[in-house]
Design a protein around this ligand. Structure first.
Ligand code: ZN
Ligand code: FE
Ligand code: FE
Ligand code: ZN
Length: 267
């Protein structure tokens, strides 16, 4: 049986996803999922970015949209309300005020920016040419550790995202990943197995098997996420995700409710 919960999906409010929440729910039902969680991009805390995240003004609309499907589909599927909030150093107070403004079931922390550069944005992909790949990775893992240390997040998203367009480090990053896994364990955050990478140039899930093994050995728990920006991708490739996390030694994943671990599901 494939894992029955998908905790990472978006809505058109972020400006780069298609399909209304109901279509995501219908696809989830089709895929046989028993639980899903929406986690759209929280308002950018330094400047409005309408193609990247919803605005502060749209937060109530986001909550209302998901509450609506939550109620209407209550007898068919459990729907959680989460949010994906960027970690931007220096803006912790603003981020905190967003995530405390609503009783989210979980908050996913993401590092999409290094020194103001959205390194996973196709629009600025060419910037990879002028950056030292290894420096990007070192900075990325340092930011992941800082994000976990804020205590804002239950889940850390796609935790080897710099590989998205195919940029591989040229040095061994095991120490960086081990240090990150240690902080994740200490701060109690979970990682996600994020299947969206399969559809990106890199063609593999976030994170890789080698990374997963390190997190598993450190005792970092796991959730499943498709990071769907289109209803078609809800729960997509979860059979492959299950195989990969089992190979890494994982035997369970988590469900969240009101930012607390609700349940551990054996796989
Ligand atoms: Zn997105
Ligand atoms: Fe993300
Ligand atoms: Fe996402
Ligand atoms: Zn994402």
């Amino acid at each position: 049986m494939i894992p029955y919960a998908d905790y990472h999906m978006h809505t058109p409010l972020c400006g780069h996803a298609t399909g209304n929440p109901e279509e995501y729910v219908k696809q989830a039902l089709k895929m046989g999922l028993k639980e899903i969680g929406f986690s759209d991009h929280a308002p950018m805390v330094n400047k409005p970015m309408p193609k990247v995240t919803m605005s502060f003004e749209q937060l109530p609309e986001y909550h209302a949209m998901i509450e609506d499907v939550q109620k209407r589909y209550a007898s068919q599927i459990r729907i959680k309300i989460g949010i994906e909030a960027d970690f931007l150093p220096g803006y912790e107070d603003k981020t905190k005020s967003i995530i405390q403004s609503y009783p989210y079931d979980y908050v996913i922390g993401s590092v999409h920016f290094i020194d103001d550069w959205a390194f996973d944005d196709p629009a600025t992909r060419e910037y990879w040419k002028i950056h030292d790949v290894d420096v990007v990775y070192h900075k990325y893992y340092a930011l992941l550790r800082r994000s976990a240390n804020t205590g804002f997040y239950q889940i850390i998203a796609h935790c080897d995202l710099p590989k998205k367009f195919g940029s591989r480090p040229t040095v061994d990053l095991t120490d960086d990943i081990k240090a990150t896994a240690k902080v994740f364990k200490e701060t109690g955050v979970a990682i996600e197995i994020n299947t969206s990478g399969l559809l990106k140039p890199i063609g593999e899930m976030f994170p890789s098997l080698d990374c997963l093994k390190i997190y598993r050995e450190a005792g970092v728990p796991l959730v499943f996420g498709s990071d769907a920006h289109d209803p078609l991708n809800v729960g997509r490739n979860f059979d492959l995700a299950l195989d990969l996390v089992k190979l890494a030694g994982y035997s369970e994943y988590l469900l969240f409710n009101k930012c607390q671990i609700e349940k551990r599901i054996k796989i």
